[in-house]
Write a protein that binds this ligand. Sequence first.
Ligand SMILES: C[S@@+](CC[C@H](N)C(=O)[O-])C[C@H]1O[C@@H](n2cnc3c(N)ncnc32)[C@H](O)[C@@H]1O
Length: 380
Amino acid sequence: MMETLNFGNRILDLRRFPLREKEPLRAWDAADEHILKNLLEDAPAPGSRVLIFNDSFGALAVALNHLQPQVWSDSFLAEQGLAHNLDNNGWDAGSVPFIPADRTPSGPFDLVLLKLPKSLAFWEDTLLRLRPLLAPGARIISGSMIKHSPARAYELLEDILGPTKTSQGWKKSRLAFSTFEPGRTLPENLPDETYALDDGTEFCSGPNVFSRDHLDLGTRFLLKNIPATDQPLQVLDIGSGNGVLALALAKQCAQAKVLGVDESYQAIACSRQNAKNLELGEERVKFKIASGLQEIPAASFDLAICNPPFHQAQVVGDQIAWGMFHQSRRILKKGGKLLIVGNRHLGYHVKLQRLFGNCRVVDSDRKFVVLESWVTGLVE
Ligand SMILES: C[S@@+](CC[C@H](N)C(=O)[O-])C[C@H]1O[C@@H](n2cnc3c(N)ncnc32)[C@H](O)[C@@H]1O
């Protein structure tokens, strides 16, 4: 979408990531505009150290580049969007430091701008980790779209940071202004959660990791259908989360080499920890931050497995899943297979049939279906 964001006397050209032709969605929302409007009305003190949390595609950081902000986020897509949008608007792509959410920035910060993430656990963890980073009297502004703002998110601001006032709604968004109260006794962060498979294998997950405290039902259904073989398969787990599928497969296929990719830094950190706990070394299983499969050589895998995402942040849709299926065709060898799980109603079989020219139902129950497609010829 070719809309531009106006900030003061600047016009910013911003894109979402992954880049798509004819993108129907904007790279920012009204909550970003609301935050920027507030900063125009009440300019930050000169020399303020600025931290921006969960900036979707860099809209805030690009607009506020003159304040030399730092961005803290769990998303590799956000990191790529930030670099692209800085460059696209005449700044050096690396001019805003990006701190992944499995690490902590160095404070103190005088101005903190927070965009509410989808996961309340991630929100709680971030607020706890933020406390030691705040300068005395720090200005803390949280922004979100009202329809994505549960009451609990504001309670957490009160409980963790201090007294919080909310603004009037503006273009269906709301801001919250918190006054930091030092001296409260609170944990440093939210501990990881752990669940076990039926065979007792344990998996831990950080606050922003998919299905962190229980085995997802779709994952459970796909686990029932992954191969157990002595063949030396090269396997790719697309959107590997805490690594449960990749690691379970590596455990039951002793000769397989498995790569898991995910766009969440916390997911990659947890999956590496889970591999270590299971004593599966890097020669068997690797995990890599990636926003898709662009960097993976063509025709290099025998099998790709995927429990696809059905949203990107708060935006629900199957475009990410569709992109994953599409890209998997290129990285599979001739005869290589894509094995996926999905809710029956999503109709993934239609897409797979169109992409691969074939699609087989491997298993199904009332809610889920496991589908398999295979590469019959060279992919252009
Ligand atoms: C439904 S979860 C599945 C996680 C794990 N495989 C499981 O079954 O528990 C989908 C995963 O895809 C990841 N993801 C979303 N968009 C992605 C992208 N563009 N590239 C790579 N991973 C992505 C999410 O972070 C999430 O961990």
